[in-house]
Design a protein around this ligand. Structure first.
Ligand SMILES: Cc1cc2nc3c(=O)[nH]c(=O)nc-3n(C[C@H](O)[C@H](O)[C@H](O)COP(=O)(O)OP(=O)(O)OC[C@H]3O[C@@H](n4cnc5c(N)ncnc54)[C@H](O)[C@@H]3O)c2cc1C
Length: 279
């Protein structure tokens, strides 16, 4: 199938983007890398009146390192993130996870803002943002606001970003001395969306944050698992078993890859593996 008719705008300033978004009659949708949106339009799952191409907005393609954070512009593409020295140094979990996000051709075009803006439940980056306690900068004609990742991902393809707003930056705290990170996913083929996966961040004081993807209607923190794991210096088989058993707190949802029970089983496996592979 081909996409339904639409208008196309390629503004070259953020204020022009905001003007377009504020006009309800245009029924705008933002175009970042197009790796999800274009197929969705072709399948008629999305039918924007006006496609607003963000590729001309240079300020969205900047990575800034501040004293305590890394600020990643929404239009930074996966391949740029993957090879960026500051990201390797200050956000090693992102560097660890990116080779599992889709395939190289998609990573050449896909953007962090597109991944976050889509909120696919099986995408890796929303879970990374959750376990790193990231903040998402959202801009509209009314100004700029910061939304914590914990309240940003509402459900499948639904976020806290309203139709007159866009994601401008993702703000991640710099990794601290003594922090460790874990990640594991199981997919049918490398590069496919995961059947289930998990990201873990462990602080020097042994606080652990655990976020799953591919198991529910959006990426989610597993607070019960975190409670069992936090403060524990040695992750024995019994502790890991307790953590696996506490996964009942999650309302597992099936997709075309697996049903809820299979997802729960895979979630237990990825949790144990990620904990054993923390570094
Ligand atoms: C075969 C295949 C396999 C894939 N496998 C994976 C995978 O394993 N893991 C994974 O995470 N992804 C996967 N993807 C999706 C891929 O990562 C997409 O690139 C990503 O989901 C969307 O990024 P994009 O930049 O292409 O955004 P687009 O497709 O351009 O946009 C996606 C959505 O985000 C919105 N949006 C874009 N920018 C903004 C912004 N600044 N503010 C607010 N909303 C915005 C758009 O309006 C749209 O609704 C796969 C895609 C394909 C085709």
């Amino acid at each position: 199938m081909k996409a339904p008719d639409f208008s196309y705008e390629k503004p070259n300033s953020l204020s022009d983007v905001l003007n377009l978004l504020s006009d309800d009659n245009l029924e705008c949708q933002l175009l970042a890398g197009g790796q999800s949106l274009m197929p969705m339009m072709n399948f008629r799952m999305a039918s924007p009146g006006t496609l607003v191409d963000l590729s001309g907005i240079s300020e969205l393609s900047v990575i800034n390192v501040t004293d305590d954070a890394i600020e990643i512009g929404a239009m930074i593409r996966y391949y740029e993130l993957q090879s960026h020295e500051s990201i390797k140094k200050h956000c090693p979990l992102i560097t660890k996870v990116l080779p599992y996000v889709a395939h190289a051709a998609i990573r050449n075009r896909g953007t962090i803002g597109g991944s976050i803006g889509l909120s696919d439940p099986a995408a890796e980056l929303p879970a990374v943002l959750l376990c790193l306690d990231a903040k998402i900068e959202i801009t509209s004609q009314n100004g700029v606001r910061l939304e914590p990742a914990s309240s940003f991902f509402k459900s499948i393809y639904e976020t806290a970003c309203e139709t007159d707003e866009l994601i401008t930056k993702i703000i991640l705290p710099k990794a601290q001395t003594g922090q460790l990170f874990g990640f594991h996913e199981i997919a049918r083929r490398h590069g496919d969306y995961a059947m289930a996966g998990v990201c873990i961040a462990q602080d020097a004081d042994l606080t652990r944050r655990v976020a799953f993807f591919g198991v529910s209607s959006s990426a989610i923190r597993a607070f019960g698992v975190e409670k069992i794991l936090s403060g524990v210096s040695e992750l024995s088989e019994n502790i890991i078993l307790d953590a696996q058993n506490s996964l009942d707190e999650i309302e597992f949802e099936g997709d075309m890859n697996a049903g809820p029970e299979a997802k729960k089983h895979i979630a237990k496996i990825v949790l144990a593996r990620a904990l054993k592979e923390m570094k």
